[in-house]
Structure formats: structure tokens, C-alpha cells
Ligand binder design. Structure first.
Ligand SMILES: [Zn+2]
Length: 101
């Protein structure tokens, strides 16, 4: 696994955390992601780990595989829109945002 993938996984995790805290109530009580967001994170992480391109990974939007199912793609775009601005100054995130928009 390339060094990029764990970093992307941790960024996605942070973004989903911000989104869940802002949008869903569960996390305020438990400190954990709600079921929906936890499964989204698990899904995104699984996709990154299995990405056949790894080091050469193109932006997801330009990728021929389109490995996210339609349902998850819609949700992750919502997460990016909601949480993205907090990360705008971080170069890795700019490229992440490009993947899905
Ligand atoms: Zn949530």
C-alpha cells in the first residue's frame, strides 16, 4: 500500500466526523459516528484499500473504474460539500475534492 492511501483514509475519516457531528445527533451523545456515517467510512476505506492504482491513483472523477456505488457517491459528495471548506488549505484535500465533484 502506498503512503497516500492511509492519509486519504484519515482525511475522509475526519471529514465524515465533521459532517456527522453537524448533521446527525448520535455523535453528540456517544462520540461515535452514527450507523450511516460509520458504514460510509467503512465503505470509503475499503474502496481506497482496494484501489488497484494505489500510488498512481488518478482523481476519482477521472478514473475509469468509478468504484463508488451511486448511493455512496451521492452521500460522499454531500460530506465533501459540508466539511470541505475546513480543509481547503490542505493540498491533499484539494485533490480529494477534485475526485468526486
Ligand atoms: Zn452521521
Amino acid at each position: 500500500m502506498s503512503a497516500n492511501i492511509p492519509r486519504e483514509i484519515s482525511i475522509i475519516g475526519e471529514m465524515i466526523g465533521i459532517y456527522c457531528r453537524g448533521k446527525h445527533s448520535d455523535i453528540k451523545n456517544s462520540g461515535n459516528l452514527c450507523k450511516e456515517c460509520a458504514s460510509l467510512l467503512e465503505y470509503a476505506e475499503g474502496k481506497l484499500r482496494k484501489c488497484p492504482y494505489q500510488e498512481e491513483k488518478p482523481s476519482c472523477k477521472d478514473c475509469s473504474i468509478h468504484c463508488y456505488s451511486r448511493e455512496y457517491r451521492v452521500t460522499i459528495r454531500d460530506v465533501m460539500k459540508y466539511s470541505g471548506w475546513r480543509f481547503m488549505v490542505r493540498p491533499p484535500l484539494e485533490s480529494l475534492l477534485k475526485y468526486i465533484s
